[in-house]
Design a protein around this ligand. Structure first.
Ligand code: NAD
Length: 491
């Protein structure tokens, strides 16, 4: 059933029968009971994925044949977009319109990689010019093998799509573990893949904890590639596990992204993009622009407008009409974000907006959107990812100072700049040490464009053609074409 594990094309119970409650963050009620996979279940899934890769011929299919499955999955997602979005809202808490957007993007991701799979047929090899005329050489791309994919809770279906779509397009087989607190839409994806008649073993989806099921995936010798999105400390453990067997690894980790607003910017537009950059998805966004730097000339006016608009955001159950901020994903996340705000206050920060549970919400993990000022540069609030609807706003005077403050972070996922002076905006964009840079906006994400971080925000790039390369090896094939003997040992 939909709350079992999806292994080798079948729904199965975990061998030890363990389960886990799924909580609706808006009501704190139990929404569903799901299975918790053991290391033994992971072993069965990896063996199925190995067989599908090594024997059953998934990588041998043409790109066009694999694309048919990807398009069928995309269609399955689109056909049930509203139901899946509703489930995502119940499970994760995000407002329903945001969930609709995510689910549509997930379908689009499968469609996009179907196109790239077809292109693999058009360009099966690249001729290499060799200076020695006795040889010809070419480079061919081949799938890496079995991919172990581990994803977080903030965009449950979309993160699954970002990993599964390129992996399948490349010809890899997959063992995917969703985050334990938001697994329901990944199980829907398994059901859709099943309806699309994806061959058994090509995609296995196992719900379960990180410490048991996740650990078993990263330690398994049958896994060739680890693809992870989540926190830095777990990313570091995953890289260490990959190092033991020299597994391929790509990591999408956290951030503390800056948003620099110059005083020639339109204040109303700036305020809206600042809000979109930190309150979308309750601020539980790896690329959230959580450090806002505003040039002195407009600082007071912009801050006043930001506080006014922040206080007006409609908070509530994500299924209710007009709600723009739902509950945080879990009790633990709520506690952590509240603790981060308290620590910021203790360090000397001023709460200009929010900071508390909204009135009238006794149940649910709700928090008012929060604007902090006077945040000391060395405090955790300025340095560490809060992963909630909390923005730190700070004035600056010169472009040089803004760039220095923006880059003064161990993270480098994203950065944004706003100015009517295009040359200045481009100059600052070039100076940012970040993998994703937005000019005059924050957060828009496109399946075609590379996504990933500098510094401790990760390794590798997802999305676009870069995302496909994550799942491909490059093989050199060189042929001796001369009729002459080689003539080294035998003259
Ligand atoms: P997390 O690192 O705790 O968990 C992520 C996933 O890893 C979950 O599925 C979890 O079960 C699994 N996991 C935990 N321990 C494991 C282990 N020992 N072995 C294998 N897997 C294990 O992160 P989270 O709380 O789910 O997500 C929040 C974090 O993710 C934030 O720091 C955020 O910045 C980051 N994130 C980054 C991106 C990005 O694109 N860069 C996107 C979303 C979230």
């Amino acid at each position: 059933m939909r709350n079992d594990l999806y292994i080798d094309g079948k729904w199965v119970k975990p061998v030890n029968g363990e389960t886990r409650n799924v909580i609706n963050p808006a009501t704190e009620e139990v929404l569903q009971i799901i299975s918790a996979a053991s290391a033994e279940d992971v072993d069965i899934a990896v063996k199925a994925a190995r067989r599908a890769f090594d024997q059953d011929g998934w990588p041998k299919l043409s790109g066009a044949q694999r694309a048919k499955y990807l398009r069928a999955i995309a269609k399955g997602i689109r056909n049930r977009q509203e139901d899946i979005a509703r489930l995502e809202t119940l499970d994760n808490g995000k407002p329903f319109p945001e969930a609709m957007w995510d689910v549509g993007d997930a379908a689009g991701c499968f469609e996009y990689y179907a196109g790239l799979a077809e292109q693999l047929d058009d360009h099966p090899e690249e001729k290499i010019e060799i200076s020695d005329g006795r040889f010809t050489s070419k480079a061919v791309k081949e799938p890496i093998g079995v991919a172990g994919a581990i994803i977080p809770w903030n965009y449950p279906l979309l993160m699954a799509a970002w990993k599964v779509a390129p992996a399948l397009a490349a010809g890899c087989t997959v063992v995917l573990k969703p985050a334990e607190i938001t697994s329901l839409t990944a199980l829907e994806l398994a059901a859709i893949a099943h309806e699309a008649e994806l061959p058994a073993g090509v995609l296995n989806i196992l719900t379960g904890s990180g410490s048991v099921a996740g650990q078993a995936i990263i330690d398994h010798k049958g896994v060739d590639k680890l693809a992870f999105t989540g926190s830095g400390p777990i990313g570091s453990q995953i890289m260490a596990a990959a190092a033991r067997d020299i597994k391929r690894v790509s990591l999408e980790l956290g951030g503390k992204s800056p948003f620099v607003v110059f005083d020639d910017a339109d204040i109303e537009k700036a305020v809206e993009w600042i809000m979109f950059g930190i309150f979308w998805n309750q601020g539980q966004v790896c690329s959230a622009t959580s450090r806002v730097l505003v040039q002195k000339g407009i600082y007071e006016k912009l801050l006043q407008r930001l506080v006014e608009e922040t206080d007006r955001i409609r908070i509530g159950n994500g299924l209710d009409d007009g709600v723009l901020l739902g509950p945080l994903v879990s009790k633990r996340q709520h506690e952590q974000v509240v603790a981060a705000i308290e620590a910021a206050k203790a360090a000397g920060a001023t709460v200009a907006a929010g900071g508390t549970r909204p009135d009238g919400f006794d149940k649910g993990y709700y928090l008012r959107p929060t604007v902090l000022t006077d945040v000391p540069l060395e405090s955790d609030a300025w340095v560490e990812e809060i992963f909630g609807p909390v923005v730190c706003v700070r004035p600056f005077e010169t472009e040089e100072e803004a760039v220095e403050l923006a880059n003064d972070s161990r993270f480098g996922l994203a950065a944004a700049v706003m100015s009517k002076n295009d040359a200045r905006a481009e100059r600052v964009a070039a100076a940012f040490r970040a993998g994703i840079v937005w000019i005059n906006c924050s957060q828009p994400t496109f399946t075609e464009a590379p996504w990933g971080g500098y510094k401790q925000s990760g390794i590798g790039r997802e999305l676009g053609r870069w995302g496909l390369d994550n799942y491909l090896e490059t093989k050199q094939v060189t042929k001796f074409v001369s009729e002459e003997p080689w003539g080294w040992y035998i003259k």
